[in-house]
Design a protein around this ligand. Structure first.
Ligand code: C2E
Ligand code: MG
Ligand code: MG
Length: 719
């Protein structure tokens, strides 16, 4: 066999054998006989290095090759090989061989059929190159390409190439345009005006200008603009372009990238909105208010206009928060924000200062009013304040609760009482505080000549001290039977003695004590003092019914009724001799909850009075179900019974209403005999007022009784 093979080799392949080239090629050179079994005639020694098979074994085992082909490639490769044999065409194939040690080698196999002079097949000459490295590189390249393609196509950017001439025609645009704008590249290329048409109207002129200028200058340019996508979405782009010179040195192409920056822009807008808005109500915040106030003042100075600042402060927001929880409080603020906006004009700014405080800015006000005398700006401000108060009259529906809310409003007007933003705000704040003291739902105009010596701050400091020292006293005002002027009881009214000998009236510190959370401590003192005083009067032989006032927060105290009973009983006082007064607006702030508390109090024997009736906005349906004994008609109506027909009929109506509801009407603040007569004539059973007695210290009540028995006003109406 060996000599046979040698013979064949010598005969057919003198050009191959023994040459250094063949033995050193990075491949396996082989020669197979062109017979049926393709007897291997020669295999160069590299077969050992490349395939791990010694040349002799390779040569003796022709089947070895086929069995080494990777199973996934085998069928294909054998078919290719058979076809080459049948047709005599070159065999060209790439496939994997599995070496005996398991490693896989990529082979590029190239063989051609050699023929003799007469054209008869002689043998196959071939080379098997080891292309493993190449294949792996190719594979990696392919993967990298896939990754790159995915990256580029997902990139929120559109690459484009335009002709840098008047036509603005686009000659290339990357496929992302379809995903981002809903326009196919072809559509975009076919319609040279499409870009300009898609531009957001607000950006169109500027963007076109930038583009044309950039093209003419031939320098890189970049700009931001919005395009309106097919589906109407607004897409923000940052477009960066370079101008590539044409062959004649003039602009040839514009190559650019349009980066989709919508998300960033939206985040920026959101941030800008947040920086200038209150997140709860979405109203402008204090920062924005300050900004716009400054601008309004600048305009006002130039054109001699007025600017008004209204400071709106809810009267019993704390109460809502404390009784119904913060979520209800938040819901109330959101609804309030809406009502404030409805109550004001388009051009007015409503802002939230924080908490339950809101600011209104009325700008560009004419200073002289054609409609009325006086300062135009002030008149407008007053009417807006009125509108706001009216907007709060209807109850707020929160969590199924009907809440009645009032606000105190302070007004300050430029240039009348302040020249700059800071003083305007400060004055409006001070005025709001004064409004609060004037009673719920009031508004107060700040005046330049007014000086607020008692600043809120120093007042609150002094109030804290007073609470520590329990530095209070009670005055008592007789309550009389209007039919005969007999004293039927007294109302206890708190006083705060000042170092100088004066007395601070409760209206000036009770609201602040409420706000500061000091009212409970003060209230406890009041009840203790009443119980102590009652014991002392009884020692003197005087047994009186006593009424006292509860402010909103006190009403919501835990175990209120229980504690009242304990304190009073300790001093030997029965609840049946005690009247608890709550104002109408307190009662209506959360009527459901109030009702429960009132029932509790009533159940323990207390008498109940609704104070300042007529100033709140009671729901009669609710009032009917409250276990109320006395309806105290607000002083404001009594004061006007002789000057204002409406007040007079209002008073009559309330007296009748009380009768119908099984309550006793009580007229507050009776100052004259005429008023007394009016009320007595209308059948009002009870009253109190200066005409009988001012509130006086306890010893004076005793002196009064000693002097004239229970007849507070000897002679009475008859006199
Ligand atoms: P109120 O309960 O409606 O008390 C009646 C107020 O009218 C008292 O004012 C009284 O001095 C005043 N008044 C009585 N008769 C006349 C009159 O003929 N003419 C005029 N012009 N005024 C008259 P005062 O003492 O300043 O109290 C104001 C409010 O402060 C009270 O209104 C009550 O709501 C509250 N208050 C008083 N004491 C307490 C207290 O101990 N605790 C709480 N929470 N509030 C209190
Ligand atoms: Mg009262
Ligand atoms: Mg009253």
């Amino acid at each position: 066999m060996t000599s046979d093979r040698n013979h064949l080799l010598e005969e057919h392949l003198p050009e191959l054998t023994g040459t250094a080239l063949v033995e050193h090629l990075p491949g396996i050179v082989y020669v197979d006989a062109a017979d049926d079994v393709q007897t291997n005639l020669y295999t160069s020694p590299q077969v050992e290095a490349i395939l791990g098979v010694p040349p002799e074994r390779w040569r003796s085992d022709r089947e070895g090759w086929a069995s080494m082909v990777h199973p996934d490639d085998r069928e294909r490769v054998l078919a290719e090989s058979r076809r080459a044999q049948e047709t005599g065409e070159p065999f060209v194939s790439e496939y994997r061989l599995v070496r005996p040690d398991g490693r896989i080698v990529w082979i590029r196999d190239h063989a051609v059929l050699m023929r003799d002079d007469r054209g008869r097949p002689r043998c196959w000459q071939g080379v098997m190159f080891d292309v493993t490295d190449l294949k792996e590189t190719e594979q990696r390249l392919h993967e990298a390409e896939q990754r790159y393609r995915a990256l580029v196509e997902d990139l929120p950017a559109i690459v484009y190439v335009d002709l840098a001439d008047e036509s603005m025609a686009t000659i290339f645009v990357s496929p992302q345009i379809e995903r981002i704008l809903g326009v196919t590249p072809q559509e975009y290329i076919d319609d040279p005006d499409l870009w300009a048409r898609m531009l957001h109207p607000d950006d169109r002129e500027r963007a076109l200008q930038t583009y044309v200028r950039g093209r003419e200058a031939g320098r890189p340019f970049s700009y931001e603009y919005r395009l309106i996508a097919r589906d109407g979405r607004v897409v923000w782009f940052r477009d960066s372009a370079v101008v590539l010179p044409g062959s004649d040195g003039r602009p040839g192409l514009i190559q650019g990238v349009m980066l989709d920056i919508t998300e960033r822009k939206e985040a920026e807008e959101q941030a800008a909105f947040l920086a200038y808005h209150d997140s709860l109500t979405e109203l402008p915040n204090k920062a924005m208010f300050d900004d716009l106030l400054e601008r309004a003042l600048a305009r006002a100075r130039r054109h001699d206009l007025g600017v008004a600042v209204l400071y709106v402060d809810l009267d019993n927001f704390k109460l809502v928060n404390d009784s119904l929880g913060h979520e209800a409080g938040d819901a109330l603020l959101v609804q309030l924000a809406d009502r404030l906006q409805e109550a004001t004009r388009e051009t007015d700014l409503v802002a939230r200062q924080g908490g339950d405080e809101f600011l209104l800015l009325l700008a560009d006000l004419e200073r002289s009013s054609p409609l009325a005398e006086g300062d135009g700006a002030t008149i407008v401000a007053g009417s807006v304040a009125d509108r706001v108060q009216r907007a709060l009259e209807a109850p707020f529906l929160i969590d199924g609760h009907e809440l009645y809310v009032t606000a105190s409003i302070g007004i300050s007007v430029f240039p009348n009482d302040a020249q700059d933003a800071a003083s305007l705000l400060k004055n409006a704040d001070t005025a709001a505080y004064r409004a609060k003291r004037a009673g719920p739902g009031a508004y107060v105009l700040h005046r330049a000549d007014e000086q607020d010596a008692l600043t809120k701050l120093s007042l609150s400091t002094r109030l804290r001290k007073a609470v520590e020292q329990r530095a209070w006293m009670l005055h008592y005002q007789p309550i009389v039977d209007l039919a005969d002027g007999r004293m039927v009881g007294v109302e206890a009214l708190i006083r705060w003695p000042e170092p100088g000998g004066g007395l601070v009236p409760p209206g000036e510190f009770i609201p602040l004590a409420e706000e500061m959370g000091l009212i409970e401590a003060i209230g406890d003192w009041v009840v203790e003092e009443i119980s102590r005083q009652d014991a002392s009067w009884r020692d003197e032989g005087l047994t009186l019914d006593v009424g006292f006032n509860l402010s909103p927060r006190q009403l919501w105290q835990e175990d209120l009724a229980e504690r009242l009973v304990t304190t009073l009983r300790a001093g030997g006082m029965d609840p049946s001799r005690v009247t608890v007064e709550i104002t109408e607006s307190t009662a209506m702030t959360d009527p459901d909850r109030t009702l429960e508390i009132l029932r509790d109090l009533h159940g323990r024997g207390f008498r109940l009075a609704i104070d300042d009736f007529g100033t709140g906005y009671s729901s009669l349906a609710r009032l009917r179900h409250m276990p109320v004994d006395v309806l105290k008609i607000d002083r404001a109506f009594i004061r006007e019974v002789h000057t204002d027909r409406q007040s007079a009929s209002m008073v009559s109506a309330i007296i009748a209403l009380a009768q119908n509801l099984g309550m006793q009407a009580l007229a507050e603040g009776i100052e004259t005999l005429e008023e007394w007569r009016f009320l007595a004539d209308r059948g009002c059973p009870l009253g109190q007022g200066y005409v009988f007695s001012r509130p006086v210290p306890a010893h004076e009540i005793l002196a009064l009784v000693r002097r004239s028995g229970m007849r507070v006003l000897p002679g009475g109406l008859a006199g």
